[in-house]
Design a protein around this ligand. Structure first.
Ligand code: AMP
Ligand code: MG
Length: 268
């Protein structure tokens, strides 16, 4: 963890994404990192069993990042060790219908994991201070208030037994170009391409500014943000698996003690 501890945003720390190398890989070799990731993913599966068995607390994993940063890739590759029965993935799209009739946290709170579960958010309540800020979808004054609201909300989740860990996937503008071009060139990836991604790409600077503010104002001791250098997919997966494993191991979980003496029970 020492190799990546500087990528955890300390509360109050100034964030300048441009100063972080999206190619950073902690001097790891690709093959060695992949091998470690496999071991970590296996360990994650075991830890999830324990979380499920304990049935006392939950873990919420938030994934954010600009288009093509690899949110779907992380879910496909790192969450594979989890038993689907105890892991709920929720993608957040542009709010519609009933969602528009409520405050921005309404749909988010409803999607939070039950005790014993791991919840994964593909995008999250942070969209409400990111895309919403970049496009001025609500008045700036209300957005300014939302950072504090988010901190209170996450504090509440943690107090009630849901651990919150947040990953921001950081890719360079050149890497995004490559990935978008790939979506156009590969017939199996065409479906992932959307014209809107090009328009959003045109607002790169505004997005970076919005990310900087969100990471700076909403990284707390109870719900930290991790900046994940994500140009190299293998490093991205390695880092996320490592942090998740470390987080779950930190819970110091115990298998529930039976309320009976198992040696005295006879199965015919
Ligand atoms: P994707 O993740 O590629 O399926 O795209 C989902 C889209 O929904 C992205 O363009 C997000 O910015 C957008 N989106 C998600 N949450 C919100 C929100 N609260 N307000 C506006 N747009 C959102
Ligand atoms: Mg998309």
């Amino acid at each position: 963890m020492k190799r990546i501890s500087h990528l955890r945003v300390r509360p109050g720390e100034k964030v300048d994404l441009e100063s972080i190398d999206p190619d950073f890989c902690a001097d790891l070799e690709k093959d060695a990192a992949r091998a470690e990731t496999i071991v970590d993913i296996e360990a994650l599966g075991h830890l999830q069993q324990l979380l499920y068995a304990e049935d006392r607390r939950a873990m919420l994993v938030v994934l954010q990042g600009i288009d093509t940063a690899g949110k779907d890739g992380v879910i496909r590759k790192v969450m594979t060790g989890f038993n689907p029965q105890g892991c709920v993935v929720t993608p957040f799209k542009k709010p519609a219908g009933e969602e528009l009739q409520h405050d921005f946290l309404w749909r988010v709170h409803a999607a939070c994991p039950r005790r014993g579960e791991i919840g994964v958010f593909n995008r999250s309540h942070y969209e409400d201070v990111l895309v919403v800020r970049v496009h001025d979808l609500v008045p700036r004054k209300r957005i300014e208030h939302r950072y504090e609201t988010i901190n209170h909300f996450e504090r509440h989740l943690v107090d009630e037994g849901t651990h919150v860990v947040k990953f921001f996937l950081w890719i360079s503008r050149d890497e995004q170009k490559r990935r978008l071009q790939e979506r156009l060139a590969d017939p199996e990836k065409n479906w992932k391409f959307s014209e809107a991604d090009l328009q959003e790409r045109g607002r790169w600077k505004e997005y970076i500014e919005a990310f900087n503010v969100a990471l700076e104002r909403c990284s707390t001791d109870h719900a930290p943000w991790w900046i994940v250098p994500a140009n190299r997919k293998w490093f991205r997966d390695w880092m996320i698996a490592r942090v998740l494993r470390n987080t779950l191991e930190g819970f110091d979980m115990q298998w529930p003690k039976p309320t009976f003496d198992p040696t005295q029970v006879k199965v015919d």
